[in-house]
Write a protein that binds this ligand. Structure first.
Ligand SMILES: CC(C)(COP(=O)(O)OP(=O)(O)OC[C@H]1O[C@@H](n2cnc3c(N)ncnc32)[C@H](O)[C@@H]1OP(=O)(O)O)[C@@H](O)C(=O)NCCC(=O)NCCS
Length: 152
């Protein structure tokens, strides 16, 4: 069955939120619906944030976000940050995440990013392999994370 990747639109919010529940079943409490809609509008209209969805027969089966951050070093080329990549659990291991990631990386290239970074939670089985399959490398840099007290 055909899967295609596209930029997320306003009406995709609910489907994306459903996928995020799979990504973080124990997430922080969600803001009220009005606030979620406001955030989503900002996300999909921001020049720095690029939200993508993979669609199969009218169903959103995966999503991922690329943030493209302006930068004065590296010849003024921006850098990219990938977040919130998730494929619906009923559609795992069908190449959908790979297709989505390939699309996102092509977009990063088109937007002139000189590098793209991603962090994966250490407890998530298979995610490092997933990103390696798409060409990401481990061992080039150390990834460090600071969390505010409200998230610890
Ligand atoms: C990680 C995730 C996005 C992969 O999505 P997917 O659509 O199932 O991935 P694909 O089918 O495109 O996999 C492509 C390749 O990545 C690797 N891969 C994917 N999942 C894997 C797993 N669980 N274990 C080992 N390798 C894996 C394989 O090499 C796979 O190719 P293959 O199936 O031909 O062997 C999906 O498992 C998911 O949503 N997990 C929960 C959320 C999550 O962890 N997101 C990442 C946050 S950083």
């Amino acid at each position: 069955m055909d899967v295609f990747v596209r930029k997320a639109k306003k009406h995709d919010l609910q489907a994306v939120l459903e996928l995020y529940k799979q990504l973080h079943p124990e997430d922080l409490p969600s803001p009220p619906e009005r606030e979620l809609k406001r955030i989503w509008t900002r996300m999909i209209s921001s020049p720095a944030v690029h939200c993508y969805v993979a669609e199969q027969e009218g169903k959103i089966v995966a999503t991922g976000t690329l943030a493209v951050l302006p930068n004065l070093t590296r010849g003024g080329r921006p850098y990219g940050l990938i977040e919130n990549v998730v494929t619906d659990k009923d559609f795992h291991r069908r190449g959908i995440g790979k297709k989505l990631l390939r699309y996102i990386l092509q977009e990063a290239e088109r937007l002139n990013c000189y590098k793209v970074m991603v962090l994966t939670d250490v407890y998530r089985h298979g995610t490092v392999e997933f990103y390696k399959t798409a060409g990401f490398k481990t061992g080039l840099k150390n990834g460090l994370v600071w969390l505010p007290h409200s998230v610890k």
